[in-house]
Ligand binder design. Structure first.
Ligand SMILES: Cc1ncc(COP(=O)(O)O)c(C=O)c1O
Length: 357
C-alpha cells in the first residue's frame, strides 16, 4: 500500500508504475518460487542424503553379507572337501572292514579246521596210548613168558609131548607166511642144508647158487654132498637171468636163490625156467623176512624157504633158523634129520640109496 502510494505519487498518469509492480510481482513470484524450489531442493537433498545414508548402510550390509556369503562359500567348499575326504575315508574303512571280516571268516574256518584236526589228533593219540598200553601189557606178558621158559630150561621140543615152545613158534610162523609147514632149526645154514637133504639130492648133484651170497650157502651145498655152481649176479644184487638160464643144465638138481638184503631177483622168470626144467628152488630168505614178490611172501615162492633168527636178522633169537614149505615129504625128512628125532633115521631111504651108490 505504501509502495502503491509512493508510485502513485511519483509516476501518476504514466505506465511506469504498473511495470514496476509487475516486475516486483514477478520478482516476488520468482523469489517465492526460488524459495519453494530451495525448500524442495533442501527437502529433497535431505531425503536423498537420508536415502544415501540408508543406501550406504544397505551397501555396507550388502558387503558384510557378501563377505559373510563368501566366507560361508569358502566354509561350504571346505566342508564339501572334508565331506568328500571323510566319504573316501569311510569307503576305505568299509572296504577294510569287509576285508577284515573276510579274514576273520577265513581265520575262523581255519581255527575250526585246526580244532577238528586237534580233536582228530587227540583221538589218534588216545588210540595210540591205548595200543601202547596193550603193547606194554603184551611185552610184559612176553617177558614173563621168556623168564618162565628160561627158568624152566626146557626151550626146545625134547620133553614136551605137544605144544612145546618151538612147536608153537613153528605153527605161528607157518600161519604168518601162509605155508602148511614150518620147521625151526639151529640156524638158517642148517635150514638150507636140511632143505637140500629133504629134496633127496644124490651126492655130486649140481646146485646153482648166486655169485653174491653168504658163505653158509655154498657150505650148505657141500654139507649136503652136492656141488655148488655160481651164477652171475648184477650190481643190483639180482641173478643174471641169461647166465642163470645158461647154467640150468640137466645136471642141476636144485637151485638156491639168496634174496640179498631185501633185493629180490626176478622170481617169475626163475620159477618159470626151473618149473620148465623140473628143478626145485630153495629160497634163502635169511634176512628178507616180510619182503614181498608181487604180493606173495618171499620164502613161499619156491619149494622151500629158509630164514635166519641170528642176532642181526629181523627176528633175533641169538642163533636160530626156520624153513617153511608145503611139501609134506620134504618137511618130514627135514624134521627127522634136524636132530631131534634120531629114532626116525631109519626112514631116510635116500640116505641108504646114497650109501648104496
Ligand atoms: C644170505 C644169507 N644166507 C644164509 C645165512 C646164514 O644164516 P645163519 O647165520 O642163521 O646160519 C646168512 C647169514 O647172515 C645170510 O646172510
Amino acid at each position: 500500500m505504501a509502495f502503491h502510494r509512493r508510485a502513485g505519487n511519483r509516476f501518476a498518469g504514466s505506465i511506469w508504475p504498473g511495470f514496476v509492480d509487475a516486475i516486483t510481482a514477478m520478482l516476488m513470484v520468482m523469489i517465492f518460487v526460488l524459495t519453494i524450489f530451495m525448500v524442495v531442493q533442501f527437502v529433497l537433498s535431505e531425503t536423498i542424503n537420508d536415502q544415501d545414508t540408508e543406501l550406504n548402510a544397505l551397501n555396507a550390509r550388502l558387503n558384510a553379507l557378501s563377505q559373510a556369503l563368501g566366507l560361508e562359500q569358502v566354509r561350504n567348499s571346505q566342508l564339501e572337501r572334508r565331506a568328500a575326504t571323510l566319504g573316501a575315508n569311510l569307503t576305505a574303512a568299509e572296504e577294510e572292514i569287509a576285508a577284515q571280516s573276510l579274514l576273520i571268516a577265513n581265520l575262523t574256518a581255519q581255527a575250526q579246521a585246526q580244532t577238528a584236526r586237534i580233536a582228530d589228533f587227540e583221538a589218534q593219540v588216545a588210540t595210540l596210548l591205548a595200543q601202547n598200553t596193550e603193547l606194554t601189557e603184551d611185552r610184559d606178558a612176553a617177558r614173563a613168558e621168556i623168564d618162565r621158559l628160561l627158568a624152566s630150561g626146557d626151550l626146545f621140543r625134547y620133553t614136551a609131548p605137544e605144544n612145546a615152545p618151538v612147536a608153537l613158534l613153528e605153527r605161528e610162523f607157518a600161519k604168518l607166511l601162509g605155508t602148511k609147514y614150518a620147521l625151526a632149526v639151529s640156524s638158517c645154514s642148517a635150514a638150507l642144508f636140511l632143505s637140500l637133504l629133504g629134496l633127496g639130492l644124490k651126492p655130486g648133484t649140481k646146485v646153482l647158487i648166486p655169485g653174491f651170497t653168504f658163505a653158509a650157502v655154498p657150505s650148505a651145498v657141500i654139507h649136503a654132498n652136492c656141488r655148488p655152481v655160481l651164477v652171475e649176479v648184477g650190481q643190483n644184487y639180482r641173478i643174471d637171468l641169461e647166465d642163470f638160464a645158461a647154467r640150468l643144465t640137466d645136471e642141476v638138481g636144485a637151485v638156491i636163490i639168496s634174496h640179498m638184503r631185501g633185493h629180490t631177483s626176478d622170481m617169475d622168470a626163475i620159477m618159470a625156467l626151473c618149473d620148465a626144467a623140473g628143478v626145485p628152488v630153495v629160497e634163502d630168505a635169511a634176512h628178507s623176512l616180510g619182503t614181498l614178490w608181487n604180493g606173495r611172501n618171499i620164502g613161499t615162492l619156491g619149494r622151500v624157504g629158509c630164514f635166519s633168527f641170528q642176532s642181526y636178522k629181523l627176528i633175533n633169537s641169538g642163533e636160530g633158523g626156520i624153513l617153511v614149505t608145503d611139501d609134506a615129504d620134504l618137511v618130514a625128512r627135514a624134521v627127522i634129520m634136524s636132530g631131534a628125532y634120531e629114532h626116525n633115521w631109519a626112514c631116510l631111504l635116500y640116505t641108504s640109496d646114497a650109501a648104496d651108490e
